[in-house]
Every structure is written in structure tokens, then in C-alpha cells.
Design a protein around this ligand. Structure first.
Ligand SMILES: [Zn+2]
Length: 544
């Protein structure tokens, strides 16, 4: 082996922790995950979805009218996403049928859009039909869920985060473009069932043996959040006095589950109050808040949270933290509702940055625990969840290819938020940070780079290497130390250049505040001061 090769290997060893697992991505992934030529010149203002459900054939047919503005010089084709095996039948624009060509899950609509004036509002109507992919394991491996409730009645819904809304309706399936003015959903289903969806019910019309349910969302919504719940539902209303006035709470459960649901859902009021205290006003007062029983575990469907935790405490009756605290509350109600702030209000521009949604939302469980059970228990719960961190690949995924990164976006993502809080060392400031983000990114999308910049500006802390370390590598800082001649020597290994953390070290009455970097430093420390304690709220490893 030549020296050159040794350098190459040394480089690879250094580089690997930074590199994402190398996956084979193709053109379809790029089309799906990036703001490409057929997408970047138009901005969605409104989706008007009109779908008929054939519950016997498990198929759907309908139209989606997209209102959009031409935001910059247009191309001569428009990218509409609609995944196989769904079929796009026609696209109408100003009364004429446009030419369509299909490329996998993308339908190219051909027209000299570049001759239209920039800034003008336009409308196309897409007609489509098909039998949407059934979910293999909802909500993780998504698609349509067709099942029966405990009374033998049909129960159907959809979960499609990551997979994408285009698994069942034609749209611009990209997190960075939410319809500014919301979405209307008209669902036609058999009259013996109900159909619940996002936003407010604006009309219910009987059409023979079927009923059309029209729901309106007036605030921007992620395409994967647009949903339906078909079933034999029973609903009731409640209100909570929130920061922006009375917030309407609508709850819908399968007939027969009302009694246990009324008990289990009672926490919603306290939860809203707690979340508003920490993260700012509920972001969707216009569309309201709903908790809807779903035939799968859960999903943050905006203003219509999917609930499928079977009225158990914890996560399906289990405590993900192993501390006992996790069984004191219903994980799905808290986690999925926490997403209304981080995920639905503040959305990651690219799903590679979805830690913004999952990390902060996982931390909202800690905030809720603190409101209900106190700070000590909340912190125990937070640290307990760290055992689930796998460090399999960096939290941030590959950009532009619809890659959501590592599952560590949840617990390690929350650890990042927790460490920020510890470094701020002032809960009022930390609260201002969370509320400030929900205000400055109100109904917006944001990238990690933008968020990092804003957090650094707000905290005035040197956090760039901190974010690099925890978001872009799989390395956990290792604290190394020894005592010699009344000095404690310490440093971090497995850290990126410039990385540092402010730690507190303790040994009985001895105590010191140190800033640990990748270089050896020392502090006066009498001999015998072994088995030191280090602030447990930092995600680091210890090595003597
Ligand atoms: Zn989540």
C-alpha cells in the first residue's frame, strides 16, 4: 500500500461519519424531491379537490382544480405528480385540453406557459381516477387503509407522509409549496357513513345513495396532511380559551367508543394551554382543532389529528423512555398535536430537514410532561428517550431526492433542542426562542440552514459546529479526562473542528464550569477527585 493510499483511507475514515449512506437515486427521486424546472415557476394558491369514493371497488375518481400564480418566467411544461397506478385523464386550461406526457409518477403538462404574464393567477383542472396503493403498514409504509370497525362497518383513511399525497391525488408534491389560501375537499361517500376531513365542514349534500361532504381549509397545509376519514363516526364539540380567543375542539370517534374517548381526550384542553404557553398561539384558529379516531396509530393531519392509540397511555401502552413518565400520558394525542406547531405551522422545506418537524415535536412531549408532572420528571423522560438513538446515519438526509434522513430525527433531534435549552440556561429565553420561531415562520417552510442562522442570531452562541456535529455526523462527543498534579485534564474526541460544550463538573462539594473542546485543557482539581459527575443533560459519552 502506497502512502497516497494511506492518505486516501485516512481521508475516508475522517469523511465517513459526515457522509450519508450512499443510496442509489434515480431521476424519479429527483423529480419527486427537488424544486425542478416543471415546478419552480408556479406557486400554488389553492387546491380544490373533488373525489368520489367507490368503497366496493376501493377506487376513487375526481378532479383537482389548482389555482396558482406564475411566480417567475415559466417554462413550457408543468410537472404534476400522481403516482402509479393512478391515472391522470385530462388537464383543462382555459377551456382547452392540454397535451400530457407521462414519465413514471410524473405527468408533464405541455403548454407555452412562458407566454403568460408573470404574476398572473391561473387555474387548471385535472381529472383523474384509479385504485390508490393500499398501505402495507400505515402510517410508516403508507397508502389507503380499508378496514372494518368493531361494529363491522367500513372504516377508511389515508396516511402518506414521505410517500406523498400524489399517491392518491394530483398535485405539486413538494413540502416547500403549500397552497397559500388552503384547500377545499369535497368527498362523496355512501350515505350510511360519514366523512371527516381537515378544516371546517362547509356543506353536506345528499346525492341519491351518496352524500357529498365539503370541508374547507383556509390556512396553508402540507399536501401529505390533506386527508379523509370515512366511517361510522360520533362527534362532539368542546372549546378551550386560548391566547387568540375561543378555540373550537371537535372530536370524532367510532360509534361505541364515546365514553372512553371523552375520558382520554379530556387532556386536550390542558395540552393546548401548555403548548400555547411554550410555543405560542395554536397556529390554526381559523380551521380549528380536531382529534379523529383513525384506523392506524397516528398522523399530524393538520386540524384533523389522526388518533389510533387505542385509548392507551404511552406509545401503544409502552413507555419509550423507560422512566415511567412516558406512561403518564397518551403519546399519540401529545406528539401528533405538537406537530401543529412544528411540522404544520413550521414545515421543513425539504424532507431531508424533517428533524425540524420531528425533533421539536418530540421535545413538545417533554414540555407537556413539564406542564403536567414537573421539570424533574420531564427531564428524566427526555434523557430516557436517548436510549433509542441509533446513530445509523446523519439526521439530515440527502437533499432533493425525497430522503427523510435518519430515524434519529426524533430522539436525537429532541436532544439537540434540549441541549440548546441547557446552554441558554434560562427557560424564559428558551420559551421566547420557541415562540419566536412559531411567529417568524408562521405558516411558512424553512430549511435547516435558515433555522440554524436564526437560532445563532437569537442565542448569540457559537452553535455552528454544534449543529454540524449532531445533525451532519453520527459521532457522539466523547469526554476524556484524567487527574494529574492537582489538575483535571479534559477534552472531547469524536467531534468536528471547533466543537465545544459548556459543561458542569462535580465531585461532592467540588464544582467547576468548563468549556470543553477538542483540545486538552485543565482546571485546578485536587487529587482523589475521581468519578466526577457531568451535567447529564448533554448527549455525550464519558471515557476516563
Ligand atoms: Zn411526528
Amino acid at each position: 500500500m502506497t502512502r497516497k493510499n494511506i492518505f486516501l483511507i485516512a481521508f475516508l475514515i475522517w469523511y465517513l461519519p459526515f457522509a450519508n449512506t450512499i443510496f442509489a437515486y434515480g431521476r424519479q427521486d429527483t423529480l419527486r424531491g427537488s424544486n425542478g424546472a416543471g415546478r419552480q415557476w408556479w406557486d400554488v394558491l389553492l387546491y380544490d379537490l373533488d373525489v368520489k369514493f367507490d368503497t366496493t371497488q376501493r377506487s376513487i375518481s375526481g378532479t383537482n382544480t389548482i389555482t396558482f400564480t406564475i411566480s417567475k418566467a415559466a417554462g413550457d411544461s408543468m410537472q404534476i405528480d400522481l403516482q402509479e397506478p393512478m391515472v391522470l385523464d385530462e388537464v383543462k386550461f382555459e377551456g382547452q385540453n392540454l397535451t400530457i406526457t407521462k414519465e413514471g409518477n410524473v405527468w408533464w403538462v405541455i403548454y407555452p406557459f412562458n407566454q403568460l404574464r408573470v404574476g398572473k393567477t391561473q387555474q387548471i383542472t385535472i381529472r383523474y381516477h384509479g385504485k390508490p396503493k393500499p398501505a402495507a403498514n400505515a402510517p410508516w409504509d403508507g397508502g389507503f387503509i380499508w378496514t372494518k370497525d368493531h361494529n363491522g362497518k367500513l372504516w377508511a383513511s389515508v396516511a402518506c407522509q414521505g410517500l406523498g399525497a400524489s399517491v392518491w391525488w394530483p398535485c405539486k408534491d413538494l413540502q416547500s409549496d403549500e397552497p397559500d389560501h388552503g384547500m377545499t375537499m369535497r368527498y362523496t361517500v355512501p350515505s350510511n357513513l360519514q366523512c371527516i376531513a381537515n378544516g371546517r365542514l362547509i356543506a353536506k349534500t345528499e346525492q341519491g345513495a351518496n352524500t357529498q361532504w365539503s370541508w374547507q381549509v383556509r390556512e396553508p397545509i402540507n399536501t401529505y396532511n390533506a386527508t379523509f376519514y370515512i366511517g361510522d363516526y360520533v362527534g362532539w364539540k368542546d372549546t378551550v380559551k386560548g391566547e387568540k380567543g375561543a378555540l373550537v375542539l371537535d372530536h370524532y370517534v367510532i360509534r361505541g367508543n364515546e365514553e372512553k374517548a371523552r375520558k382520554q381526550f379530556a387532556v386536550v384542553k390542558d395540552m393546548i394551554t401548555c403548548f400555547e404557553y411554550w410555543m405560542g398561539p395554536y397556529p390554526f384558529y381559523t380551521d380549528g382543532y380536531k382529534l379523529v379516531e383513525a384506523p392506524f396509530l397516528g398522523m399530524e393531519h393538520q386540524s384533523a389529528i389522526a388518533y389510533g392509540n387505542e385509548y392507551k397511555m404511552g406509545y401503544r401502552g409502552m413507555d419509550r423512555s423507560g422512566t415511567g413518565v412516558g406512561k403518564l400520558f397518551d403519546y399519540i394525542i401529545i406528539h401528533e398535536s405538537g406537530h401543529e406547531w412544528f411540522g404544520n405551522n413550521i414545515t421543513a422545506t425539504d424532507i431531508a430537514d424533517n428533524w425540524i418537524q420531528e425533533g421539536f415535536t418530540t421535545y413538545s412531549e417533554t414540555l407537556f410532561s413539564q406542564c403536567m408532572f414537573g421539570r424533574e420528571k420531564a427531564f428524566q423522560f427526555m434523557r430516557g428517550e436517548w436510549k433509542n438513538i441509533r446513530n445509523d446515519r446523519p439526521i439530515i438526509g440527502n437533499y432533493g431526492v425525497n430522503d427523510a434522513g435518519s430515524g434519529d430525527k426524533y430522539d436525537k433531534g429532541a436532544a439537540i433542542v434540549h441541549m440548546l435549552r441547557i446552554m441558554l440556561n434560562n427557560d424564559a429565553t428558551f420559551r421566547d426562542l420557541l415562540r419566536g420561531l412559531n411567529k417568524s415562520y408562521y405558516h411558512k417552510t424553512v430549511s435547516t440552514a435558515e433555522l440554524e442562522r436564526d437560532i445563532i442570531n437569537f442565542t448569540k452562541l457559537p452553535l455552528r459546529p454544534f449543529f454540524d456535529q449532531y445533525l451532519r455526523t453520527t459521532m457522539i462527543p466523547q469526554f476524556e479526562w484524567y487527574v494529574k498534579d492537582d489538575q483535571l485534564f479534559y477534552r472531547f474526541t469524536s467531534v468536528v473542528p471547533g466543537f465545544s460544550l459548556p459543561l458542569e463538573i462535580k465531585k461532592r462539594k467540588k464544582q467547576a464550569k468548563i468549556t470543553v473542546t477538542g483540545d486538552w485543557q485543565s482546571v485546578a482539581w485536587k487529587k482523589g477527585g475521581y468519578n466526577i459527575d457531568i451535567s447529564p443533560d448533554f448527549l455525550i459519552h464519558m471515557k476516563e
